[in-house]
Design a protein around this ligand. Structure first.
Ligand code: CDP
Length: 213
């Protein structure tokens, strides 16, 4: 069973993806980490983020098994990731890797921006997770403060709005809900409630895809 979870920055799709994967005994890939790792490789090599050749090479050389999540999580990396993620060559270089991950016999949970639309358009379960920009900014702000980053809530909110606009406005695989995705608005849901809602969406969608079968 392939479960595609998409949504804007800090909508909670990563946490949900992990919980859903554990619950159903599936592997989980947070595809945002791939774009963050490409951006990290460029910054480490002293290259500008719009160096298409270097970014494409970094994407081609990525090893999913050795992503250092801790180095990739900060606010600066999210912003840098969204710049390289707008490069069509970078996106193209990462397609096979993501499809291979999804293609394992038991299936997998992938979360990102274009899983239901581009990477796994035939996934039987697609969830598009949303929340208001203010709620997402306050979640992300709490998370960054916990990591020890000193940043104002207003800065995080401006960052989220800018990233939403860039991710939804790019021409290559823009952030969008697939027509057959179920929307999950988590603005008023805590993690437990969002998790329960997502499990029930998965159960409903797998039941109806089996019926359609
Ligand atoms: O955790 P957060 O939602 O802040 O970010 P992320 O999921 O780690 O993604 C970082 C950036 O990578 C996003 O702003 C997107 O520009 C890009 N991305 C993408 O284009 N496609 C994906 N499947 C996943 C992430």
């Amino acid at each position: 069973m392939i479960i595609a979870i998409d949504g804007p920055a800090a909508s909670g799709k990563g946490t949900l993806g992990k919980r859903i994967a554990d619950h159903f005994g599936l592997a989980h890939l947070d595809t945002g980490l791939l774009y963050r790792a490409v951006a990290r490789a460029l910054l480490d090599a002293g290259r500008p983020l719009d160096d298409v050749a270097a970014a494409t090479l970094a994407a081609e050389r990525l090893d999913v098994e050795s992503l250092d999540e801790n180095r990739l999580r900060g606010a600066e990396m999210g912003e840098a990731a969204s710049v390289v993620a707008a490069l069509p060559m970078v996106r193209a270089a990462l397609v096979d890797l993501q499809r291979r991950f999804a293609g394992r016999p038991e299936g997998a949970v992938l979360d990102g921006r274009d899983i239901g639309t581009v990477i796994c358009p035939d996934a039987p379960v697609k969830i598009f997770v949303t929340a208001t920009p203010e709620e997402r900014a306050s979640r992300r702000h709490r998370e960054l403060v916990r990591r020890g980053e000193e940043v104002a809530y207003e800065t995080v909110l401006a960052d989220i709005r800018r990233r939403d606009a860039r991710d939804a406005g790019r021409t290559s695989a823009p952030l969008a809900a697939a027509p057959d995705a179920r929307l999950l608005d988590t603005t008023d849901l805590d993690i437990e409630a969002a998790f329960r809602a997502a499990v029930s969406i998965v159960e409903n969608m797998t039941a109806s895809s089996l019926r359609a079968g």
